[in-house]
Design a binder for this molecule. Structure first.
Ligand SMILES: *Cc1c(COP(=O)(O)O)cnc(C)c1O
Length: 384
């Protein structure tokens, strides 16, 4: 038995050994500042450009449209604020959805204070937007559509290619938060008409604190962080060389493994659903099992407090989330579960299980067994 059963890969993933190995030289001998002109600096600069090349290959973009940031949250801020402010002369209307990550939602709320108008699109019971509603919400003042690729709480995948077509047809900039998609779904920014995209290495077995903002060259934007001339004057600060190298290695590895990864995780999911159906009752599965992120399972148990459930599971060394990791300290139910209208008897009993390549069938068996045991204990206490 493992000392810990980790099934929270939507929150973060373990650092791959190969990725760590690729980073090591840049944490030790090769510490030159990439802006320096001597060889030690050029070695760092070179490593950054190789990594940029790997990212551009993974999403089929131009290499010069890749900017390194401190992660998904910064990329979302940089893109949404930067594009909105730079295109203010064209209009002040932004379209997004009700189920975005908080780094998108709270950025939009900030912009509302600055005079921008934001439309938050509804989603259906599976967490997917309605394309007609999107089209109807576009006005002559719309400058940006920001819609996530895949949702971190319920795994819902949006019709990105169709959204890209609509945006292109109306000459509106299209950004997608693809933080959950990278490594799970093939991304092609050209084919999908994506003008801007956010990604973050720690969601695909890379290091934490490093991400990418892809912004197509024709898109006007203002930098979020001003200072030196790094990243083509678009994102100041001495580059996090080791992390950038790690991100490059991680995106290369995970992108080459998408098919195999999906196959493996789907086997674990199917086994999980089967065990769940034969061992437990009074639960609902959130999202569309036929069309969702492979590494996301969201279940709501009737009249169960997910915090209590998680505390028990933690005692059994099981790492899973309630609703979403970012929201877990909130008393309010998650905005995503509210948007898909999870029944009030179920919403508070929602947990998220996200398997990764390190999990096996024994983990699945163990998790279901412990959930069953815990729910029995909780329900028996209620009757006392
Ligand atoms: C994790 C996550 C983010 C934030 O990325 P960080 O690198 O942790 O800042 C943004 N969007 C989605 C969908 C995420 O899952």
């Amino acid at each position: 038995m493992k000392s810990i059963v980790y099934a929270d890969n939507n929150a973060t993933t373990n650092l791959s050994k190969k990725v760590l190995k690729s980073m090591e030289p840049y944490l030790k001998r090769m510490y030159g500042n990439p802006s320096s002109l001597y060889n030690l600096g050029k070695i760092s600069k070179n490593a950054i450009e190789q990594s940029r090349n790997k990212v551009s290959k993974a999403i089929n973009s131009n290499i010069d449209d890749i900017y390194f940031t401190s992660g998904g949250s910064e990329s979302n801020n940089m893109i949404i604020k930067g594009i909105s402010k730079a295109n203010r002369n064209k209009g002040n209307h932004i379209i997004t959805t009700k189920i975005e990550h908080l780094s998108v939602l709270n950025t939009c709320k900030e912009l509302e204070k600055d005079g921008f108008l934001v439309t938050y699109l509804n989603v259906d019971e599976y967490g997917v937007i309605n394309l007609k509603e999107l089209e109807d919400s576009i006005t002559s003042k719309t400058i940006l559509i920001s819609i996530m690729f895949a949702n971190n709480e319920i795994g819902a995948i949006q019709p990105i290619e169709e959204i890209g077509k609509i945006a292109k047809g109306k000459d509106i900039i299209f950004h997608t938060d693809a933080v959950q998609a990278v490594g799970n779904i093939n991304i092609d920014v050209e084919k999908m008409n994506i003008d801007a995209l956010s990604l973050s290495a720690h969601k695909f077995h890379g290091p934490k604190g490093i991400g990418v903002a892809y912004i197509k060259d024709h898109v006007k934007f203002e930098p979020l962080i001003c200072g030196g001339h790094q990243e083509d004057n678009k994102r100041a600060g001495t580059e996090n060389v080791a992390n950038i190298v790690g991100l490059g290695k991680a995106i290369e590895l995970s992108n080459n493994n998408i098919l195999k990864h999906n196959k493996k995780i789907n086997k674990l999911n199917n086994f999980f659903y089967k065990l769940l159906n034969t061992n437990l009752s009074n639960f609902i599965i959130n999202g569309n099992i036929e069309n969702k992120l492979c590494n996301n399972i969201s279940i709501s148990f009737k009249n169960i407090d997910s915090n209590v459930l998680l505390l028990f599971l933690n005692k059994y060394n099981i790492c899973v989330s309630n609703g979403s990791a970012c929201n877990s300290n909130d008393i309010k139910p998650s905005h995503v579960l509210e948007a898909i209208k999870v029944d009030k008897d179920y919403i508070g009993g929602t947990i998220r299980i996200s398997f990764g390549d390190n999990n096996d069938f024994l983990d699945v068996l163990y998790i279901v067994k412990m959930i069953k045991r815990t729910i029995k204990v909780i329900n028996s206490k209620k009757k006392e």
